[in-house]
Design a protein around this ligand. Structure first.
Ligand SMILES: Nc1nc2c(ncn2[C@@H]2O[C@H](COP(=O)(O)OP(=O)(O)OP(=O)(O)O)[C@@H](O)[C@H]2O)c(=O)[nH]1
Ligand SMILES: [Mg+2]
Length: 375
């Protein structure tokens, strides 16, 4: 395949990725809890955009703000500075929350509906107020709002305190989906002691993923930072594409000019790039995907395949079996996942891949993966 084809292929993939991204539904999460418990800190560490800081909050009710960002499939309802003191504060909050939930439902538009509610209680406060108990009892799914509620125990740097708090909340039998202790950011006692490391965000992501409607799960995975969820979702795309490749089976071995690429592989790559974030530039996409496309469509694969996969075609003009086509597709997908995951963790930078060493490293991952799929 020549340079021009490669460019067209990448462009096609990026166009598809943009389309997939634009088609995502908007996830709506309501984050409630008293002032200072750590709502903003939680939001900023769960999602890839710092909505609560940089987004423009719109006052939807006196206490509740809605944060959105253009071209970002997430809406957060937050109650900055909320106090629960005063005799009718609780009633007012309940009325506001219920009104928002109802109006979303009435719209009939999934983009406007509240999909889950995180109620935050700070573990160090050692207090679970009667007003909060009352609120949760009345807002949780059992009582009719129909919105799944997760109680998030924030700032849980003491696991023992968090466990005590969890038991106290669960004893109230509020009808909430789960009670999840988290520490969203490292907790530093002072310089003489090592910081307590964050935990629990993965569990919150997992529980949330499970309870939100299927229609917005993709958006949650995309806007969220949880790499385990991203991997799980991306692997579904790989499995689908591999099955499609196997279904086609008997693909002719690529000659110098023929491509083994099938539309399902392009679509898989587009889907994976969406899952891991859209904000990289074309040159970065070329750096990651280019060497893979060159490999899978190039001459070396013809020579390498028989060594890697016994029974694979041995000469140009012969055919690739269904199993081999599936293996190639899986290796292509897995390699992309591995690289994008390393990028998400900051272990590699796109610039690192834009040279001979980078290309070699990508190819090595690909062939290592291919060996694993050898059957
Ligand atoms: N180390 C650490 N500090 C936290 C954590 N969560 C909250 N904090 C601290 O607690 C304080 C309050 O956190 P915020 O996230 O602003 O609380 P909030 O619920 O958004 O407060 P309001 O916007 O006033 O309603 C800040 O100083 C945070 O740094 C955490 O997980 N780890
Ligand atoms: Mg805040």
């Amino acid at each position: 395949m020549n340079e021009v084809d490669m460019d067209a292929m990448i462009q096609q993939m990026m166009d598809q990725a943009q389309k997939k991204y634009d088609e995502l539904k908007i996830l709506n999460v309501m984050v409630l809890g008293k002032t200072g418990v750590g709502k903003s800190t939680l939001i900023n560490n769960m999602f890839s955009a710092h909505l609560a800081e940089t987004g423009v909050g719109k006052l939807v009710t006196k206490a509740i703000q809605k944060f959105e960002k253009p071209n970002f499939p997430l809406a957060i309802y937050d109650t900055p500075g909320m106090e629960l003191d005063g005799s009718n504060a609780l009633e007012q909050l309940l009325a506001d929350v219920t009104a928002i939930i109802k109006s979303g439902r009435k719209s009939g538009d999934v983009n406007q509906m509240v999909h889950c509610l995180w109620y935050c209680i700070a573990t160090p406060s050692h207090r679970f107020e009667s007003a909060e108990i009352e609120f949760l009892r009345r807002v949780s799914a059992q009582s009719g709002t129909g919105i799944p509620v997760i109680v998030v125990l924030t700032q849980s740097y003491s696991k023992r305190d968090a466990e005590a708090m969890r038991k106290a909340v669960e004893a109230e039998k509020l009808g909430v989906v789960d009670v999840v202790p988290v520490l969203a950011e490292p907790f530093v006692i002072d310089e003489a002691f090592p910081a307590i490391l964050p935990y629990g965000l993965d569990q919150l992501a997992e529980v949330t993923y499970r309870i939100i409607p299927e229609e917005v799960r993709e958006a949650f995975v995309v806007v969220g930072k949880d790499l385990a969820l991203k991997r799980k979702r991306a692997r579904r795309l790989v499995a689908t594409a591999a099955a499609a490749a196997a279904g086609i089976g008997a693909v002719p071995i690529p000659g110098p000019d023929a491509a083994i690429l099938i539309p399902e592989q392009i679509s898989m790559l587009a889907g994976i790039t969406v899952i891991y974030g859209m904000d990289f530039h074309k040159s970065d996409v070329i750096a990651v995907i280019g060497p893979l496309l060159a490999t899978i469509t190039g001459r070396t694969i013809v020579a390498e395949l028989p060594k890697l996969i016994p029974g694979a075609g041995t000469a140009a003009g012969s055919v690739i079996s269904a199993a081999t086509a599936a293996s190639l597709t899986s290796a292509l997908g897995e390699t992309t996942i591995i690289i994008l995951e390393k990028m998400a963790k900051g272990e590699i930078h796109p610039e690192d891949l834009k040279n001979k060493k980078g290309v070699k490293a990508i190819k090595k991952i690909f062939f290592d993966q291919l060996k694993q799929f050898k059957r």
